[in-house]
Design a protein around this ligand. Structure first.
Ligand SMILES: NC(=O)C1=CN([C@@H]2O[C@H](COP(=O)(O)OP(=O)(O)OC[C@H]3O[C@@H](n4cnc5c(N)ncnc54)[C@H](OP(=O)(O)O)[C@@H]3O)[C@@H](O)[C@H]2O)C=CC1
Ligand SMILES: O=C(O)[C@@H]1CCC=N1
Length: 282
């Protein structure tokens, strides 16, 4: 059991919704040592619950959202933003003021969550990502005023068990976290898909192109993490011999305005998060 999970050892953790994000966090928590019998999950359809139960036989599964809410101290709301209101309607008459609701939904604000769940409910807005499943998650967290210090620590523990977590002091920064890391794995996957495809066209066997692309992404990320006092631009310049092969590739990426494209893409994510907030509020 990791130190973070030790903090949670007496708590029960529930998931409303058993989709991709719930399965990633839940799997990571169990891998870190939280007993499956301390975890409750609800979902309307049986398939995902059955698959989880097969993998983690001691997990508590149900189709009843209220059953999960009544059994746990930490309730992860892991449904799509537009479903949030209807999913939480199942326990809207319950007193949740001593529990901590942790939303993973993009866009949905604390104000909306407090309208749905009750004004006195401690609410955390989290923005995790799917690498949580393998312990490489990156999560942004924001707490409303009702969240106690103990609940903050336990929330950090949940997400630290599946990667790293950072608290932001302003709620709207969660939308920025969504653009950078919540959606982020997909950005890097697209880049890697393009690298692998071109590697194949340049004659490499697919497995070789994939292995090289993945190890290169991992290596680049590890260099950034292990040199946190070094400008990332410097790490890039260290690879780039004047007049060499890297310069030729970077010239092409810059000519096609990769930094502008990334900026526009992340801004589109933030804009969409605000639209999802509106949809969840209707
Ligand atoms: N995927 C990601 O990388 C990330 C997702 N998120 C957020 O996580 C949330 C979930 O996304 P994701 O896991 O990808 O989506 P999924 O569609 O994989 O999961 C959502 C789950 O909610 C279930 N569900 C639908 N209606 C209800 C209900 N009334 N009560 C309980 N469960 C219900 C669905 O069941 P069924 O399929 O049976 O309808 C489904 O299993 C979203 O709000 C998203 O913004 C945040 C960060 C990253
Ligand atoms: O695409 C989405 O809306 C969710 C939120 C971040 C990642 N997936």
């Amino acid at each position: 059991m990791t130190d973070s999970i030790e903090l949670l050892s007496k708590a029960k953790v529930g998931f409303i919704g058993a989709g991709n994000m719930a399965a990633s966090i839940l799997g990571g928590l169990i891998q870190s040592g939280l007993p499956a019998e301390s975890i409750y999950v609800s979902n309307p359809s049986a398939g995902k619950l059955d698959a989880l139960k097969e993998k983690y036989p001691n997990l508590n599964i149900t189709h009843d959202n209220a059953e999960v809410a009544s059994n746990v101290e930490y309730l992860l709301l892991s449904v799509k933003p537009h479903i949030m209101s209807s999913a939480c309607a199942d326990f809207k008459d319950m007193d949740l003021s001593q529990k901590c609701a942790i939303s993973v939904a993009a866009g949905v604000t604390c104000e909306t969550l407090n309208t749905i769940l009750g004004a006195d409910v401690p609410v955390v807005r989290s923005m995790p990502n799917t690498p949580s499943l393998i312990g490489y998650g990156a999560t942004g967290l924001y707490a409303n005023d009702q969240v106690t210090e103990q609940q903050r620590e336990a929330t950090s523990a949940i997400f630290d068990a599946v990667g790293i977590s950072v608290w932001v002091e302003e709620e709207n920064l969660i939308d920025s976290v969504t653009a950078v890391s919540g959606s982020g794995p997909a950005h890097y996957f697209l880049f890697m898909e393009s690298v692998v495809q071109t590697g194949i066209e340049l004659g490499l066997p697919e497995a070789t192109a994939r292995e090289l692309a993945a190890q290169t992404a991992l290596g680049a990320a590890a260099m950034v993490q292990q040199n946190d006092d070094m400008d990332i631009g410097q790490l890039r310049r260290n690879v780039t011999s004047p007049g060499g092969t890297t310069a030729a590739a970077l010239d092409t990426l810059n000519e096609h305005k990769l930094p502008d494209i990334v900026k526009k893409a992340l801004e589109a994510s933030v804009k969409r998060a605000k639209e999802l907030a509106e949809i969840a509020n209707q």
